[in-house]
Design a protein around this ligand. Structure first.
Ligand code: NAD
Length: 467
């Protein structure tokens, strides 16, 4: 392999001196070679049929389930995800594979009557060929698999460029899948931006998840090549708390959604917009924040562990300092553990001046802002006043108010009396505005994205012939 770039390395966010994984960065020329091998393997993978693909994906689910304990520990060590959430992610990875194994048997088209005469008109979905997947570090198993499983189920081969910070999880995934998939059908290509860009230059379809800035670059490059591309990007998500909400339950959900996994989810709650008197919610949030367990992600009680790295920690602290420097106040914050990990205290800010960047930009860390609104109309205006459009939650007993939010909010997902975090792998997933580009992921939407429609006219050889 040609490798000129420095190796890719990942480190334990709770013990940054500990290296978790290392691999050579795959050079663009080797990405092209991997794509050629994948293109050959894809033909046999498609020809093997739906039954073979279903069996292989089910076997992949079995392998992951059998390695569940080790995989959860690896997620904790490599990306600092608290162990309870890491176990949940492994369970979800298994469910994603099982669901998509069955999707291999789903209908791939429709049958229509011709406008005139005998015969049939058909549509039939066919795979694009080689799917290039570029993924972030925060869901190191679930995101690669929620892209790869439908791509494979529909007969594509996959090139996966994982985030450097999640290298070890991707390499382990490659080992497990190699036990059940034909060679070159699923290839992991470690590397940084140059490797990712080479994947975009060689694949037949691209699915990206990551930051808005990088995603927009990927979309431009894929669009210039004329290939299908989807990008799931950042969020700046609001929770709307109406006067009749159950304050204690809501505060618990908000704290979990804002600070679970140190706020490092695209669906994390970054803004809490309370309608009417804010005092009951302020008190409940303060109590719930005090009860939050911040610490070692290996500890089963931990909800908020370290952030992914030094730059991320500094970015979070700078954002908080900028807001307090502009007049914001800290409503609640926590202690962080002593020691070497990249910890930063979960913090709720209030009285942030209007127009401050922290109200409109994704921090991707354990920070939430409390805003107040006189009524639902003002709350909706505040909620919509961001470049992103991923998810909104509304907390209320009033069905009419909930339906108003469902009708008028501009995000791709709406949660009623549930946290902004949490994704249903069998439902379409994605946002609007700067949060997404292209078709939805997951569920039936994913099978559509990884295929294109052929329209087939099927006529008798001799239309005048009698049977
Ligand atoms: P990132 O954008 O820095 O990196 C994502 C991936 O892109 C990595 O594999 C990276 O190596 C690769 N990359 C970087 N430059 C590239 C280039 N020029 N061409 C091709 N690939 C390139 O994001 P991250 O820090 O890994 O993840 C955090 C971000 O991901 C947050 O903004 C978060 O909101 C977002 N995210 C979104 C969703 C969603 O579904 N909407 C889910 C999880 C995370």
């Amino acid at each position: 392999m040609t490798t000129t770039a420095p190796p890719v390395r990942s480190h334990d966010p709770a013990a940054p001196d500990t290296q978790v994984a290392e691999a050579p960065a795959v050079a663009p020329a080797d990405v092209r070679r991997a794509a050629e091998r994948a293109r050959i393997a894809q033909r046999a993978w498609l020809d093997a049929g739906a039954g073979a693909r279903c069996t292989a994906l089910d076997a992949a689910a079995d392998r992951i389930a059998a390695a569940a304990g080790d995989l959860a520990d690896l997620i904790v060590r490599e990306v600092g995800k608290p162990i309870a959430e890491a176990r949940g992610e492994v369970a979800r990875a298994v469910a994603i594979l099982r669901h998509n194994a069955q999707q291999a048997y789903d209908p791939v088209g429709t049958v229509h009557e011709p406008a005139a005469g005998p015969g049939l008109l058909l549509t039939r979905r066919r795979p694009h060929g080689v799917a290039g997947l570029i993924t972030p570090w925060n869901f190191p198993l679930a995101i690669p698999l929620w892209k790869a499983a439908p791509a494979l189920a529909t007969g594509n081969a996959v090139l996966l460029k994982p985030a450097p910070q999640a290298l070890g999880c991707a390499l382990r995934l490659a080992e497990l899948l190699a036990e059940v998939l034909p060679a070159d059908v699923f290839t992991v290509l470690p590397g940084e931006a140059a490797t990712g860009a080479a994947v975009v230059e060689t694949a037949d379809v691209v699915s990206f998840t990551g930051s808005t800035a990088v995603g927009q670059e990927v979309v431009r490059a894929a669009t210039a090549r004329g290939i299908p591309v989807q990008a799931e990007l950042g969020g700046c998500n609001a929770a709307l708390v109406l006067p009749d909400a159950d304050v204690r339950t809501t505060a618990g959900q908000l704290i979990a959604a804002a600070f679970g996994y140190a706020g490092q989810k695209c669906t994390a709650t970054g803004r809490i917009i309370v309608v009417g008197d804010p005092e009951p919610l302020r008190a409940a949030l303060t109590t719930a924040a005090r009860a939050l367990t911040v610490g070692d992600p290996r500890d089963a009680a931990t909800v908020c562990g370290p952030v992914i790295g030094e730059a991320a920690r500094d970015r979070v602290r700078t954002a908080i300092d900028a807001a307090t420097g502009a007049g914001a106040r800290v409503l609640a914050t926590s202690e962080t553990p002593d020691g070497p990990g990249w910890y930063t205290a979960p913090t709720i800010l209030e009285r942030v001046p209007a127009g401050h960047p922290i109200l409109r930009e994704e921090v991707f860390g354990p920070v939430a802002v409390l805003q107040t609104a006189a009524d639902l109309t003002e709350a909706l205006e505040l909620a919509r006043d961001v470049p992103h459009g991923l998810v909104t939650s509304v907390h209320t007993r009033d069905l009419d108010a909930a339906l108003t939010v469902v009708d008028r909010i501009d995000t791709g997902l709406v949660k009623v009396n549930a946290p902004t975090t949490g994704v249903d792998f069998h439902m379409p997933f994605g946002g609007t505005k700067a949060s997404s580009h292209g078709p939805r992921e997951q569920g039936r939407a994913a099978a559509d994205f990884y295929t294109s429609v052929r329209t087939v006219s099927l006529l008798p050889a001799d239309p005048t012939g009698t049977p």
